[in-house]
Design a protein around this ligand. Structure first.
Ligand code: EPU
Length: 323
């Protein structure tokens, strides 16, 4: 959630059923407070919104056209105890086959996807694609952000997951962070004041990233391009091109998960159409029409073998949501 993917955070809503009876008053109130250019739909198919291409539907799908609409929707959700999740590019995400009771919020409207370069700094909205941020850094002759090029996620997802690749972490390049709390208030913090961990920014488990100021260092365009090309070559030679959610497990301290799974001879192991990639042991690919259950069952097969043979408890990196 690379996949980076992720890109997902769940609200503490205490009405996971959503309940048919509560749908209409919720929708009515929500429609009354959002503008006509925000997108609101029911029963949204989500598999196509994830890079793994599995998972059921969301009861409600919302693309706010502004921070005001996002804040207004959060307040309606709170009043109706309606659970919600934030969805980025769905690249670090495994949505279960039963789908999501509640609302999926996606910050894909252009107002959330701005990228503006000023000197060494790049302001990017949460909905901006990392690939686009890397391209803009190259255009602005800034080095240090090349690793973002190969992460198929959004800025918001990468902030939430402290996404990483090629030895770099998202928060290595973040100078400041803008975010919203669940009551709709916006905040801004210097990155130095925000606690981050390997593959996590705990603050963003219950706050919504709105954007960040990233910082690069001056370099020639040729230098930036060369670094990008070498990262891209490394990625293509070691990672699968087939649909996946990036690395499935966090690397345990002692050995990379992919190497461990490879050493145990698990590459090619399948459950239905979910298969451990032949290219990289820490990727599960959708080799046709895998279901979320296939993927979850395969995760369990791997975890059990690893535990039995090496005594290591693998922890999933991919965010697993839904029912
Ligand atoms: N290896 C094997 N067999 C495999 C896979 C890897 O022997 O099947 C070996 C490699 O040869 C290498 C070592 O394991 O010596 C580490 O492999 P790699 O360089 O691919 O890095 P990784 O730790 O497996 C991490 C991130 C990736 C990121 C790459 C590249 C995690 C869980 N994964 O993978 O991030 O793209 O580095 O920098 O930290 C993701 O987060 O979804 C993701 C793909």
């Amino acid at each position: 959630m690379n996949p980076p993917s992720p890109a997902i955070q769940e609200s503490p809503g205490d009405n996971p059923g959503g309940g048919a009876a509560s749908k209409e008053p919720f929708l009515e109130e929500l429609r009354a407070v959002i503008s006509a250019t925000s997108v609101l739909r029911q029963d949204e198919v989500l598999a196509k919104r994830t890079t793994l291409r599995v998972g059921g539907s969301a009861d409600f799908y919302f693309e706010p056209d502004s921070e005001n609409d996002l804040a207004a929707a959060l307040r309606v959700c709170a009043r109706h105890a309606m659970p919600f999740v934030l969805l980025g590019r769905g690249s670090n995400l495994l949505i279960k086959d039963g789908g999501i009771r509640g609302m999926v919020i996606c910050l894909t409207h252009p107002s959330f996807s701005r990228i503006e370069t000023t000197g060494y700094r790049i302001y990017c909205g949460a909905g901006a694609k990392l690939k686009q941020v890397a391209a803009d850094a190259k255009r602005g002759q800034l080095t240090g952000l090349e690793f973002l090029e190969g992460i198929p996620g959004t800025v918001g997802g990468a902030l939430r997951m402290n996404a990483g690749a090629m030895g770099g972490w998202m928060f290595d390049v973040v100078e400041s962070l803008r975010y919203m709390d669940y009551s709709g208030q916006t905040h801004e913090d210097e990155a130095a004041k925000v606690t981050v961990e390997y593959r996590s920014c705990p603050l963003l488990k219950d706050h919504i990233a709105l954007g960040a100021v990233l910082k690069g260092h001056p370099a020639t365009r040729e230098v930036v391009e060369k670094r990008m090309k070498s990262f891209s070559a490394k990625r293509w030679e070691s990672q699968p091109a087939a649909p996946s959610a990036g690395c499935i497990f966090k690397n345990p301290g002692t050995i990379p998960a992919g190497k461990l799974i490879d050493e145990l001879g698990l590459k090619g192991t399948r459950v239905g159409d979910a298969m451990v990639s032949q290219e990289h042991g820490n990727f599960i690919i959708n080799d046709g029409h895998a279901s979320a259950k296939d993927v979850l069952d395969l995760i369990e097969v791997i975890r059990q073998r690893v535990k039995a043979e090496r005594g290591i408890e693998l922890e999933t990196e991919v965010q697993i949501i839904g029912e």
